[in-house]
Write a protein of this length. Sequence first.
Length: 455
Amino acid sequence: MTKKRDDLLVRARETLGQGRVAEAEKLCREAIDCDKKHPESWHLLAITLMKQGLPLDSLDAWEQSLKLDDSDSVAWANYGAALSMLRKYDESEKALKKSLDVAPKERSQAGTWYNLGNLYKNQGRFKLAEDAYRHAIEYDPSHRMFWANLGAALSEQKLYDKANEAYKQAVSIDRSYVIGWQGLGQTFKHLGRFAEAAEAYQEYLRLAPQDGLMWNEYGLILTNLDRLDEELEAYQKATQYIPNDPWPWNNLGHIFTRKKEFAEAEIAFRKAIEIDSTVKSFWAGLHIVLMEQGNRGEEAQYAKLKSTEVVLRDDEGNLTTQDLPDTMIEDMTKSMAKMQLSLDQAYELLSLGRIDAAERLFRKIISNYPDTPELKLPFADIHIARGEFQEAMKIAEDAIKAAPKIGMAWTTRGRALAGLGKLKEAEESMKKAIEVEPSNRWLKVMYEEWLNTRK
C-alpha cells in the first residue's frame, strides 16, 4: 500500500504541475484511501483545493496534515493563508506565527512573513504589516511584491517618502510591474512631485493602455502641470474605456470649459448627468457652460437648482440636507423665467429713458417676492439712471451685506462708484463681481463694456 500511495502522489504532483488540478485532487484522495495517516497526502490535497479557490474545503485537509505532523512549517503557513482568505484573522495569525516558530530562520520564511504582512494590512494594522514585509524582504530582497506591499503599508501610514523608495525597488526588480508603477505615481502625487507622478503613470499606461481608471487619474495629475491638451486626451481615453463611469465625463466637461469650448463641455456634463444625476457638481458644471453660451437662461436656472441642497431642521432640531424635489425645481424654473422676462421688459424701458415706467414695472415684479436687499438691486439701476449715485451705492452695499456671492451686486456697486468718480474702486468692485460669480458671463461683458467707455 505504501508503494501505491507514493506512486499516486508522484502522479498527483505531475498533474498538478500540468495545471490539471481536479485530476490531482482525485489522485490525492486515492492516496489518502491507501494511507490516512500520511501527512504529505493531506498536505497535497489541501493545495489542490486551494488552487481551485476552495479555501474552506481545504481547512480540514490542512488540519489533518498538521495533526499528523505539527512541525511542518509550510503546512502551517498555507493553513494560515487559507484562514486569512476566509477572514479568520485571529486563527490565521496564530497559524502563521506557528510556522515561523517551527521553521529554521532561512529564505523559506519570506513567504510566511509576507502572508503575515498581508493579514495585518487587511486588518488595518499597518505598522505591524510594515514590520512583517521588512522581515520578508530581509530573507528575499528580490521579490517585487514584497517591496510593493511594503510601499502600500507605508503609504497607509502617510510615510510617502519611504513608500516611494519601496515602490522604486519594486519596479527596479521588474520594469513591467504595473502595481509598482501605480504606487510610485501615487506616492509622487502625495509628495507634490507631479511631473514624476505623470512619468510613473505613463509607464503604467504603456503597459496597460486600456485601463480607463488610470487614464482618468493621469488626467488629474496633468491638471497640476498645465498640460491642457494632454489632459484632454487622457479624459477622452478614460471615457472610451470606461464609458459608464460619470467622473471622466465630468472631468472632460471641465477641460472643455477651460478651453472655452462650451458646446462640447455641455455634451460631456450631460453625459455625466445621464449616468448619475444625483451628483450636484455635475449640475453645477452644466450650469456654468449654459450661462457661458448665453440665451440658455431657463435651462441654466434648472441646472443651478438641481445643484442646490436645502438645509432643514428635523423634528428633533437637527440640521439635515435634502435635494429640492423635481416638481419644485420645475415650478421655480418657470416662475424665475417669467420673472426674468418681466425684468427684461423693465430694463428695456430703462434703456429707452422711460425711467418712471421702468420703476413702476420693477415695483410690480418685486411685490410678488419676499422683501430682501438683493431683490431691490433693480432700484439701484433706477437711481444710477437718475444720477443718484449715493442712493444706488446704498442699495448695492445692502445687497452685498445680505448676499456677498451675488456678482451683480458688486457690479452695480462698481457702476455707482464710477458715477461718483471713484474709478479705481469701481474697477475693483467689478473685478470682485467676476471673482465671486465666475460663471456669469454678463458680469464679464458689463466689465469689458465699462472698460471700453474709459478708452
